[in-house]
Ligand binder design. Structure first.
Ligand SMILES: Nc1ncnc2c1ncn2[C@@H]1O[C@H](COP(=O)(O)OP(=O)(O)OP(=O)(O)O)[C@@H](O)[C@H]1O
Length: 291
């Protein structure tokens, strides 16, 4: 493996130049560099806005310090960095275990490497479960509040709920919100593609520009969408209307088709496609209540 010391060594670069006097080698080297640059670009986009970005910044800073230590021949600092590498990697994997697992899961879903193998809780299965349950609850005016975790953790809010850790299904979602049953009050929180908790308390929005027709269920949805990137689905007990709060936007009383479009855009597409498609789609239809 090429170390930082190798990279600073003139012979190393001389060898590379000699190897690349062969046009085939040169072409392969360019291809090699392009692949690595693309992987770094995709990984950076992938972890942007998540806690993993802290890890990436840390690794980058570490490489810069290591280069300096080699360049200035600071042996004590080099020794210290070696110790950090030995134990730090294990510590980082333990500390960032939830984020790493989530990132790998998202990578698996978004790249869809083996399309004919559909995981039990695949995005399309989840979308179907949300659509079926919300259609059912909307028709019968059953109030519901479901917060779907995206890149930012909802652990803080999930801790106020009752733990379920169950697969996402329309029947379970409907069952949770049946009035006068023990779990129907509060919000369901979806974490790591599971119904993590029910009866959770979400932060109420303090905003004064929310219409008086909306009570605390809608305020709680908007409150969470203001402080996180969660996708929050609401079914109104009063009107049966379906609304969605997401990234500071509130899409009220949307149609079945609009609900399907939002879920597909947010849960099925790659992160960079989502925000632009969602906003432009609502702008086109003039339905977004962007408060
Ligand atoms: N902070 C909160 N976090 C989670 N759920 C909440 C919160 N506040 C209220 N709720 C849920 O909302 C219900 C009360 O809804 P309320 O009628 O006040 O709201 P609404 O926005 O008018 O909704 P609806 O149209 O369904 O009546 C509560 O019984 C509870 O289930």
């Amino acid at each position: 493996m090429t170390s930082i010391t190798d990279l600073l060594n003139n012979n190393f670069w001389q060898q590379i130049i000699n190897q690349n006097s062969n046009p085939w080698h040169l072409l392969m080297s360019i291809f090699d560099i392009a692949i690595v640059a693309y992987i770094i670009y995709r990984l950076t986009r992938f972890v942007q806005g998540t806690r993993l970005m802290i890890l990436v910044r840390g690794v980058f800073l570490f490489i810069v310090i290591d280069l300096l230590a080699v360049f200035l021949d600071l042996s004590t600092l080099k020794w210290l960095l070696n110790q950090v590498i030995t134990y730090g990697v294990i510590a980082l994997i333990i500390v960032f275990q939830p984020e790493i697992r989530q990132a790998l899961e998202r990578l698996g879903y978004s790249t869809n490497l083996i399309p004919w193998i559909k995981p039990k809780n695949s995005a399309s299965n989840q979308i179907e479960a949300y659509e079926r349950s919300f259609e059912y609850m909307s028709m019968r005016k059953i109030g519901a509040l479901v917060a779907i975790e995206r890149s930012q953790t909802l652990k803080e809010y999930a801790s106020s709920g009752i733990k379920l850790d169950a697969d996402i299904s329309s029947s379970l979602l409907i069952n949770i919100f049946i009035p006068n049953t023990p779990l129907h009050d509060g919000a369901v929180i979806i974490e790591n593609n599971k119904i993590s908790v029910a009866s959770a308390y979400l932060p109420l929005s303090e905003r004064s520009d929310i219409s008086k027709e909306y009570g605390t269920r809608h305020r709680a949805a908007i409150g969470l969408a203001d402080v996180s990137d969660a996708l929050v689905l609401i079914a109104s007990e009063e009107t049966g209307g379906i609304s969605v709060a997401h990234r500071g936007n509130f899409y009220s009383d949307i149609s079945k088709e609009q609900f399907h479009q939002i879920l597909t855009d947010e849960l099925n597409n790659s992160p960079e496609e989502r925000q632009t498609r969602l906003s432009s789609w609502f702008k086109k239809r003039g339905k977004g209540d962007n408060r």
